[in-house]
Structure formats: C-alpha cells, structure tokens
Design a binder for this molecule. Structure first.
Ligand SMILES: *Cc1c(COP(=O)(O)O)cnc(C)c1O
Length: 227
C-alpha cells in the first residue's frame, strides 16, 4: 500500500522524474475522488489548485462546499450522456471524452459566458477489456469534432493503460500515447496536455512524456470505500 506523502514531497518526486528524463515538469492533478472536502481544502491551503473527480454528483457537492477557494475541477471518470449537462456546467476540464455523442452534448450544455470547456480525448490505448476510451484510430475524428465547437477547447489526450503488475510492461502504452499526442499537437495549436500516470507509475509516464499526472493515493492516502 502507498502511504500519503505531503504535497511538497509529491511535487519533488514529480520534478525529480522530469529532470531524470530531461522532460518539462508536468502539472499535478490531485485526484480527490471519495476523499472528504476537508482533505481537499487542506491540500488547497498548501497550494494545490487542480483536483480530479470521478463522479459528477460527488463533485457537485464538493464544488459547492469549496466554492470560495477558486479551484479547478477536472472530470476523470466515465461520463454518461445523461450527466453531460451537469458536467458541462460544473467542470473546467473533462478528460474522458470518448464518443461523438458526448462532444455534441457537452458543447450544447456549456453555459454561455463561461470560458470554453477544456476537453481531453480518452484513448483506450491497450486494454481490450475496458469499455471506456476511444480506439487510437478514432482520435482524429473526435479531435476534429471537438475543435469545431466554440464552446469546447481541444487540449489533448488522456489514458489509463492496463495496470500490469510489472510496471515496465506499461511503458509501450505510454509511448504509444506520446506518439498520438505529438501527431495531434502538430495539427492543433491548442493541444498541450497529455494526461497519464498515477500514484504507482507516474515516474514512468513522465519519462515517456506526460504533461499532467493524476495522483490520488500517494497524496491523500488510501481511499475510503465507495458507498
Ligand atoms: C483514481 C484515479 C486516479 C488516481 O489513482 P491513484 O492510484 O490513487 O493515484 C487517476 N486517474 C484516474 C482516471 C482515476 O480514476
């Protein structure tokens, strides 16, 4: 089990991994799913700005409670179409766009007057068993659909590779994601974010070019069970 460390320790580990790989230091997304608002407030007081949530209703409650803190909220869990309106209203980023229907719904429901909703295409890069994420061959069409919507900003790609117990076996998926990302960034100037790497493999993901890592357990400790 991974023990919680302080924010500054985690940031230091991220910086060390980037330096060792000769890469720019990626952004930290603190994954706060199932953690209480008080834990988020604590991390925010330490200087963390961006938080990732998996469930729309849970995020709504927390965002309400913490509204005064000016935090940036990212949806990193699977999004059902019937929650698109709530998601487009609440979040600053949606990292799990994997089908055209969702692109249209998020664009339609993004409130006028808000900045464009930042969007990542979730790619099912190597997990044949997962139902979530588009196939690599579908990225271009989805990216074009997102880029065509004024209410959405195409920022890049996200992936959750198969969690092989042998961490090194995850490397090819991270590498494939970086190739897809470079191809997309060459065509869309707005594309600057490759979201990959979690508590147990972020150093490897940074080595392969992640620009954002999503870290929960290593920051907050073990998650309480979902009720
Ligand atoms: C829960 C979750 C994370 C964080 O996982 P940890 O192993 O706790 O760091 C990252 N990304 C996604 C999509 C998640 O659902």
């Amino acid at each position: 089990m991974i023990l919680a460390s302080t924010l500054s320790e985690t940031l230091q580990r991220i910086e060390n991994a980037a330096k060792a790989a000769g890469r720019p230091v990626p952004r930290l997304l603190a994954v706060s799913k199932l953690q209480p608002s008080a834990a988020i407030a604590q991390l925010a007081a330490d200087g963390q700005h961006a938080f990732g949530e998996n469930y729309v209703q849970e995020a709504q409650a927390k965002a309400r409670e913490l509204a005064g803190l000016g935090l940036e909220w990212h949806l990193i869990g699977h999004l059902q179409s019937n929650k698109a309106e709530a998601a487009a209203t609440l979040f600053d980023w949606v990292q799990t766009v994997d089908r055209g229907k969702l692109v249209a719904a998020l664009a339609r429901f993004r409130p006028a007057g808000r900045p464009p909703l930042n969007v990542l295409v979730q790619v099912n890069v190597d997990d044949e068993t997962s139902k979530h994420g588009c196939r690599p061959g579908e990225v271009d069409a989805l990216a074009a659909a997102i880029a065509a919507e004024p209410g959405l900003a195409l920022r890049g790609l996200m992936a959750i590779p198969t969690p092989h117990a042998d961490i090194e076996l995850r490397r090819p998926a991270f590498r494939r994601m970086r190739e897809l990302f470079d191809g997309l960034a060459a065509r869309y100037p707005s594309v600057d974010t490759l979201s990959m790497g979690m508590s147990d493999d972020f150093a490897l993901a940074i080595g392969e070019g992640a620009t954002m890592v999503r870290i929960g357990t290593a920051l907050f400790g073990a998650r309480p069970p979902k009720t």
